[in-house]
Design a protein around this ligand. Structure first.
Ligand code: SAM
Ligand code: SF4
Length: 348
């Protein structure tokens, strides 16, 4: 990537020093979770945010409104922690779903990332409130391994949740699989079959150094090339042109391209990061902007918000946060410094 230039900020766009226009907002609604995935959280000992520290729905919706109406952000993804453990989540979804890009453009696209365990109960209300798309995280199709990985015996609930999401009208339903070498990478083909049979897009994610236990090792990353090689040995695939999505997508050659389950994806966050086209900005549950998953600095919206800041004041913090974005992360190099926060505290 070329040298940074002074960010040219216009009232309509959030542009960083490398010319990347930011249109995708990730909102963490809680740092809490009903699972304890080994690659994300410790079994015990997380320091949870206090009730008062977490943004109210009104505060979250106000920040989102500035991002969407003023800066043309057109896509919002709710995440966490586990977003569905936040009480009355459909109320927030409804507030966000009414936002129009640029103030008078199309409605903003609302999606969510979830562990899927409560979807049978909540999917219908979330869709009625305006949720359109969903990603469900699932890292093993074997009950004993699922229990080891999540420290919860809830595989059946998650599988049922995936079906409930489709039945409620969420489209597409994608399944995200974090592959950890020596732990679940022997399930690549099982997941490929699962996606084809269930008509969902399975996306394999490379393990990133954001686990709370700080146990990540580069040897545990299963690289994209290896994942695709294993799939293609059984089900031949061809690459699909990469758009703005972080996932590199592959089409099964024996399936029509528009048939559900005809695509499999890999998110090569470590071996082939998508930093050059990254258009994401994150809001943590306590109201801090992070311009990268691996950012070391945060930009505070919580304090001004509670001290009577105007929309212009909030917008200025958003400009500053995006303007300070670096070219990309440097995982695997000596320069890499692991962020203090882990995935569930950032909002993955
Ligand atoms: N609880 C929800 C879930 O699990 O989908 C949303 C939050 S979770 C932090 C968001 C995503 O981050 C999930 O797909 C999860 O698998 C992924 N994730 C968590 N820790 C990770 C790590 N160390 N490396 C790669 N992905 C990770
Ligand atoms: Fe919870 Fe999601 Fe982290 Fe698993 S990955 S512990 S479900 S926040």
């Amino acid at each position: 990537m070329s040298e940074p230039v002074a960010p040219e900020q216009t009232p309509e766009r959030l542009v960083d020093g490398f010319g990347r226009v930011h249109r995708d907002l990730r909102i963490s609604v809680t740092d809490r979770c009903n699972f304890r995935c080994t690659y994300c959280m410790p079994e015990e000992g997380m320091a949870w945010l206090g009730r008062d520290e977490i943004l109210t729905f009104e505060e979250t919706a106000r920040i989102a409104r500035v991002f969407v109406e003023r800066f043309g952000v057109d896509s919002i993804r709710l995440t966490g922690g586990e977003p569905t453990v936040r009480a009355h989540l459909p109320v927030l979804v409804e507030q966000l779903a009414g936002l129009r890009v640029g103030g008078d453009g199309p409605l903003v696209d609302i999606a969510m990332t979830t562990n899927g365990s409560t979807l049978r109960n909540v999917a219908h209300d979330l869709v009625a409130a305006g949720l359109r798309r969903i990603n469900v995280s699932l890292d093993s199709l074997r009950a004993d391994r699922f229990l080891e990985l999540t420290r919860r015996d809830e595989l059946a609930k998650v599988l049922d949740g995936i079906r409930a999401a489709a039945e409620a009208g969420l489209d597409p339903v994608k399944v995200n699989v974090v592959l950890v070498g020596g732990v679940n990478d022997d399930e690549v083909l099982d997941f490929a079959r699962f996606g084809r049979d269930e008509g969902v897009t399975v996306r394999f994610i490379e393990f990133m150094p954001l686990d709370a236990d700080d146990g990540w090792q580069s040897a545990q990353v299963v690289p994209q090339d290896e994942i695709v090689r294993r799939i293609a040995a059984e089900f031949p695939v061809e690459p699909v042109v990469r758009g703005s999505e972080p996932a590199e997508r592959f089409r099964y050659l024996d399936r029509p391209v528009d048939e559900p389950g005809s695509i499999v994806g890999v998110i090569p966050s470590v071996t082939r990061p998508f930093c050059e086209s990254c258009d994401r900005v994150r809001l943590t549950a306590e109201g801090q902007i992070r311009n990268c998953l691996f950012a070391l600095d945060e930009f505070d919206l919580h304090t001004p918000l509670r001290n009577g800041a105007s929309d212009d004041d909030l917008a200025a913090v958003m400009h500053e946060a995006v303007g300070a974005k670096w070219a990309g992360h440097s995982i695997g190099t000596v320069q890499f410094i692991r962020p203090r926060k882990s995935m569930s505290q950032i909002g993955g």
